[in-house]
Design a protein around this ligand. Structure first.
Ligand code: 13P
Ligand code: SF4
Length: 303
């Protein structure tokens, strides 16, 4: 039997649901029950009442959030080594250090963080709702980690003081995009619309017609009358963009913009994960309790 059919059969037998991030390989996106950005996938994980198993085809922090929100369900990450390097950049000690300096300032953590650090957050956010989350807080200064580019973006847009913790956090994949490449592409495609993820640098964001999360880019491209788009985010999104808009053209702003961690998940690993019910992601309740509060608070204020 073909691998795809084996996965579909197992999925049905085990009452499993497959959630895949927009950066997953095309064949994984095509087999998934749901493909989305981090907020959509967390929400989906929270509302999956009937499934007994959630296979989270993405990286560690996304599967951890699903486990925090669904303590009674089995959450599987197909590849245990699929870890977001940006999430590793913020430690509990770093948060404590900044909290000691600013004891009254709220801590806002990007979902791209480990559960152990989320336990110290007042609220979480994703790239789709960071502005909404910061604006909702009754505070003019916030501590924000770990992405410095997103922190600066939010500071510019809200006018609040957003202190990045650590001072240097970044996504290695989004750092690859350079404004010079966009300028070159614009010479070739003068009518192209430029979409940029807020994890890119300020200079890259300056080149954008639209800055947003991966799924926000999908919505923007669908609603736009433009026919050509230059896209500055991980290459996996181009599969979904092309599938949803076959009549439009999507060009990656830097052709090697690949997140090697996201790409660790393959159809073979997905199959083995379902078959052997591995690798189970668990978060100790002492950590999950506080982390859940920070995630739920984000859902409360996000439309
Ligand atoms: P999105 O929430 O925009 O999908 O981003 C997740 C991510 O890991 C970006 O690098
Ligand atoms: Fe982490 Fe960047 Fe990969 Fe997203 S693209 S999972 S932020 S390394």
């Amino acid at each position: 039997m073909e691998l795809t059919n084996k996965i579909l059969k197992l999925k049905k037998e085990k009452k499993a649901v497959i959630l895949a991030h927009n950066y997953q390989r095309p064949e994984i996106q095509d087999i998934a029950d749901y493909v989305g950005d981090s907020i959509e996938l967390s929400r989906k994980a929270m509302n999956e009442k009937d499934a007994e198993i959630i296979v989270f085809s993405a990286v560690d922090f996304m599967a951890e959030s699903a486990a925090i929100l669904n303590p009674e369900k089995k959450v599987l990450l197909p590849t245990p080594g699929a870890r977001c390097p940006m999430a590793q950049m913020l430690t509990v000690d770093e948060i404590k250090k900044w909290k000691a300096v600013y004891p009254l300032v709220p801590v806002v953590l990007y979902v791209n963080t480990l559960a152990s650090t989320k336990a110290y957050a007042d609220i979480c956010c994703t790239s789709a709702n960071a502005l909404e989350v910061i604006e909702s807080l009754n505070a003019e200064t916030v501590l924000f980690g770990p992405d410095r580019n997103l922190a600066e973006y939010v500071q510019r847009k809200t006018g609040k003081t957003v202190i990045p913790i650590p001072e240097w956090g970044f996504c290695p994949t989004h750092l690859l995009f350079q404004p010079e490449d966009v300028q070159m592409l614009k010479l070739k495609y003068p009518d192209a619309v430029v979409m940029v993820h807020p994890e890119c640098t300020f200079e890259m964001q300056e080149t954008a017609d639209f800055v947003g999360s991966t799924s926000q880019m999908c919505r923007y491209a669908k609603e736009s009358n433009a026919k050509t788009f230059i896209v500055a985010t991980e290459e996996g999104l181009l599969h979904r963009l092309g599938k949803d808009n076959p009549e439009k053209q999507f060009i990656l702003a830097y052709e090697d913009a690949i997140c090697p961690n996201m790409k660790l998940n393959t159809l073979d690993r997905l199959y083995m994960a379902l078959k052997e019910e591995k690798y189970v992601v668990t978060v100790p309740e002492a950590i999950a309790r506080n982390a859940r509060k920070a995630l739920e608070r984000m859902f409360e204020i996000t439309k």
